[in-house]
Structure formats: structure tokens, C-alpha cells
Design a protein around this ligand. Structure first.
Ligand code: UTP
Length: 246
């Protein structure tokens, strides 16, 4: 069981980063000297992934203009289109026809340091022979994450963006995943959830409820979800002050 393919969802509306996102996809906003999505591509390459599927919306041509074939990052990029922004689960399902085994997913607007986080997640996924493995961390704002209940490292429940008083823990899913192809059937069995969208967290709950082995692995280091102007400033401040990397 090897993980040779990656999928990067980048077809969202980026509403919270408007009006910048009227002109430029949020995944192309810079963190340091490169677009946030380029950091994700580099992390996948470092994890040994050779083929990356980038999910874009019909009008997001800028992403393929920026990333091109992937040759300059040492990977092959394939672009697939999510016709409408129906949610993260639907974005992952858009790539089903080009995925043919275990695969990793990293959100295209998330910044991580160090970039070894993905290789570590994949190794854990393989060693545990899990059906899905989620990267997780203790989070300050439970209303921005899938919140995990677990026995050991096995997830028994996960709820998307709960109200603080309803959160069972502060252990949150942070936008990185290793999946087996069974996730696609789980997505097809998922009902619309938070914001009326098909939420990947709810598809993971479908996997758990059907008895599949879904684990989490705590990710060390810095994780910034670049969803708002404040997050963008924070990511850049952090990068220029502490990173010392490119
Ligand atoms: P977000 O929920 O943070 O992005 O999705 P969004 O929906 O674009 O943000 P707002 O709420 O409108 O500001 C995380 C990642 O998943 C992708 C986004 O592009 C982003 O990289 N995504 C989200 C999709 O590819 N398709 C979707 O339907 C939703």
C-alpha cells in the first residue's frame, strides 16, 4: 500500500478573502515568496507523491497558469473541474476518475511548517493499515474545524464546526488526510451538512459508522488555514520572522 497520488482541493469561493478573491484565487495569495498552494505541492513532493490532482472551479484558470505541468516541482499535475462549490467532499469526489489507489489530500489554502508533516502522516496511515487517517492538532477555535472524539488514536466520532459548548474536545482536523478509495463511496452516501454543503467531515463519519478504521495523527509544527485577511497576515508574519526557509 503506497501513496503515490495527492489531491489538492482549490475550487472554493474564497468569500472571506474578498474582494481579493474577485481577482485572484485565494490559493495563489503569497505566503513568503510563493503562493500558498505551492507550499502544498512541495510538501506532497517531499512525501514521495509523484502525481497530484488539483481541483479547480471553472473560472480559476490562474491556478494552472501559476503551477503549470508541475515539472518545475518534480511532479505531474492533472487539473479536474468541480462545476459548483458544493463542498469539500464534492471537491474530492471530482477527482475520483483519476485516483487509482491510496491518496493524500491537503487543502490548497493551508500553510504548514515543517513540510515533513505529510510524509509522517502517510507513514502512520500505512503502518496502521487504516482506511483513513486525519492530521489533527489541539485547536483554539473549534468552530473552524472538524472536532474529533477518539479512543486511543482511533476516531469514534467527528463533528464539523460545532458550537463551542457542543464540542467534545479541542482536537481538530486540520485539512490533511490519507485515504483509501472507499472514501468515494462514503462521499456518495453523505447528505448535505454545514452551510448546506457536502462536508468531508460528514463523509468520514459515514466511514466510521460503517466500521472502517479511521485514525488521527497529531501534527507538530505550525499550521495556518489562510481563510481570512488576518490569517494571511499571520502566515506571512510567521514566515518572515521564524521560518528561515523558502
Ligand atoms: P474553505 O471552506 O476554507 O474555502 O475550503 P472556501 O469555501 O473557498 O472559503 P469561504 O468560506 O468562501 O471563504 C478549504 C479548501 O477547500 C477548497 C477551497 O478552495 C480551499 O482550498 N474547496 C472548498 C473546494 O475545492 N471546493 C468546495 O466546494 C469548497
Amino acid at each position: 500500500m503506497l501513496v503515490k497520488q495527492g489531491l489538492i482541493p482549490a475550487a472554493g469561493m474564497g468569500t472571506r478573502l474578498g474582494p481579493f478573491t474577485h481577482a485572484i484565487p485565494k490559493e495563489l495569495l503569497p505566503v513568503g515568496e510563493k503562493a500558498v498552494i505551492e507550499h502544498v505541492v512541495e510538501a506532497m513532493h517531499l512525501a514521495g507523491i509523484e502525481e497530484i490532482v488539483v481541483v479547480v472551479s471553472p473560472h480559476k484558470h490562474g491556478i494552472s497558469d501559476y503551477l503549470g505541468s508541475g515539472r518545475r516541482f518534480g511532479v505531474n499535475l492533472t487539473y479536474v473541474v468541480q462545476d459548483e462549490p458544493l463542498g469539500l467532499a464534492d471537491a474530492v469526489l471530482s477527482g475520483e476518475h483519476v485516483i487509482d489507489g491510496s491518496f493524500a489530500v491537503v487543502l490548497g489554502d493551508n500553510f504548514f511548517h515543517p513540510k515533513s508533516f505529510l510524509g509522517e502522516l502517510i507513514l502512520y496511515h500505512i503502518s496502521q493499515r487504516a482506511d483513513a487517517t486525519l492530521g489533527a492538532a489541539e485547536v483554539e477555535d473549534v468552530t473552524r474545524h472538524g472536532i474529533i472524539t477518539a479512543e486511543g488514536n482511533r476516531i469514534t466520532n467527528i463533528i464539523e464546526k460545532p458550537e463551542p459548548e457542543k464540542a467534545s474536545s479541542s482536537l481538530g482536523s486540520i485539512g490533511i488526510y490519507a485515504f483509501e478509495p472507499e472514501i468515494f463511496d462514503a462521499i456518495r452516501r453523505t447528505e448535505p451538512g454545514y452551510k448546506g454543503e457536502y462536508q468531508l467531515t460528514d463523509s468520514i463519519k459515514v466511514l466510521i459508522d460503517s466500521g472502517r478504521k479511521v485514525n488521527y495523527k497529531k501534527i507538530k509544527g505550525v499550521h495556518i488555514d489562510v481563510g481570512t485577511p488576518k490569517d494571511l497576515v499571520w502566515a506571512n508574519n510567521w514566515h518572515f520572522r521564524y521560518c528561515g526557509c523558502d
